[in-house]
Design a protein around this ligand. Structure first.
Ligand SMILES: Cc1cc2nc3c(=O)[nH]c(=O)nc-3n(C[C@H](O)[C@H](O)[C@H](O)COP(=O)(O)OP(=O)(O)OC[C@H]3O[C@@H](n4cnc5c(N)ncnc54)[C@H](O)[C@@H]3O)c2cc1C
Length: 252
C-alpha cells in the first residue's frame, strides 16, 4: 500500500443507535438509563484512508492482459489513455462472467471505529482478501478512569425499555471490569465480563473482489444483521465515491 493515496473521506453511518436517537426513542425511559445510553453509545464511523492509484486503469490492464498480445508496459499506457472511453462495457463483461481475479489488484484501506465485538466476529469470518488490525483488549485498559473513559457500546435500535435493560447491563459490566482491574487483574482477564456490544476500532484493508463478495453477502436484503450491513453499505459508499465506475458494475 506504499503508493496509495489518501481519500480524505470521513463519514458516519446512520443506522446505528446514536446518543441522540437513544434519548428521543421513548419518553418512558428512566432518567438514569437515558444518562447511561448517552454516555455509552458509540457511533459506527468509517473512513477510507487509502486506495490504489490508477485503480480503473490497472483493472482495465488486468482484463486486457488476458486477451492482448501487447507487452505489459504498453498495455498499461494504452489502458490509461483508453479507459475512460470504455464506458464500463468490458468491466461489466468480466463482472457478469465472474472473471473476478482481475479485480484483485485494487486495494482499499479503511479505519473503523464504534463496531461492536459481535459485529467484529461476523466481519472477521471473511478470510480471503481481507487484512485486519484490531485494537487489543489485552493491552488497552478501558476502565472508567482511563483516558478512554471506559467502553463504548453499540446499542441496537430497540425501543427505550429494551435499550434501558441493555444500558443497565453494560453499566454493571463496566463496573465489574473496573473493580477487577482495581483488584489487580490484567485487562486481558478483566475483559471476561465485557459484553458483545462493547465496541472496538480497527484498520481493515481489502481488495476489490473481496469487498464485492463481502458486500454481496452482508446486505440487509440477504438477511444480514443491521450493524454489519450498515458497515458494508458505508464501505461500498465510500469506495464508489472514490471510484464511481465500481458503482456501475453489474448494471451493463
Ligand atoms: C446472513 C448470514 C448469516 C450467517 N450465519 C452464520 C451462522 O449462524 N454461523 C456461522 O458459523 N456463520 C454464519 N455466517 C458466516 C458465513 O458462514 C461465512 O463464514 C461468512 O459469510 C464469510 O463468508 P465466506 O466464507 O464466503 O468469506 P471468505 O472467507 O472471505 O471466503 C471467500 C470465498 O472463498 C472461498 N473459500 C474460502 N475458504 C474456503 C475453504 N476453506 N474452502 C473452500 N472455499 C473457500 C469461498 O468461495 C468463499 O465464498 C453467516 C453469514 C451470513 C451472511
Amino acid at each position: 500500500m506504499e503508493n496509495s493515496t489518501t481519500a480524505n473521506s470521513t463519514t458516519t453511518a446512520n443506522s446505528t443507535t446514536t446518543a441522540n436517537s437513544t434519548t428521543t426513542a421513548n419518553s418512558t425511559t428512566t432518567a438514569s438509563a437515558t444518562a447511561i445510553s448517552q454516555r455509552d453509545a458509540a457511533k459506527l464511523t468509517v473512513n477510507l484512508i487509502a486506495s490504489t492509484p490508477n485503480a480503473k486503469a490497472i483493472t482495465f490492464t488486468a482484463i486486457r492482459r488476458c486477451y492482448s498480445g501487447l507487452d505489459g508496459d504498453k498495455l498499461f499506457v494504452e489502458a490509461k489513455n483508453k479507459v475512460d472511453s470504455d464506458n464500463g462495457r468490458l468491466f461489466n463483461l468480466v463482472y457478469n462472467e465472474n472473471h473476478l481475479s482481475t479485480f484483485e489488484h485494487i486495494l482499499f484501506t479503511f479505519t473503523i471505529d464504534g463496531l461492536s465485538r459481535a459485529a467484529l466476529a461476523q466481519l472477521t469470518r471473511h478470510r480471503i482478501g481481507f487484512s485486519y488490525s484490531v485494537q487489543s483488549q489485552r493491552y488497552v485498559r478501558n476502565t472508567t478512569s482511563s483516558k478512554n473513559g471506559g467502553f463504548k457500546f453499540s446499542v441496537p435500535d430497540l425501543d427505550a425499555e429494551k435499550q434501558s435493560i441493555i444500558s443497565a447491563t453494560n453499566k454493571v459490566c463496566q463496573e465489574a471490569y473496573d473493580k477487577l482491574v482495581e483488584l489487580g487483574a490484567k485487562p486481558e482477564d478483566a475483559r471476561s465480563v465485557i459484553p458483545q456490544d462493547a465496541t472496538t476500532s480497527l484498520v481493515l484493508s481489502c481488495n476489490l473482489r473481496a469487498l464485492l463478495d463481502f458486500c454481496g453477502k452482508r446486505t440487509k436484503a440477504k438477511g444480514a444483521q443491521s450493524e454489519i450491513s450498515a458497515l458494508s453499505d458505508e464501505m461500498m459508499r465510500l469506495v464508489i465515491e472514490k471510484e464511481p465506475w465500481i458503482g456501475e458494475l453489474g448494471r451493463g
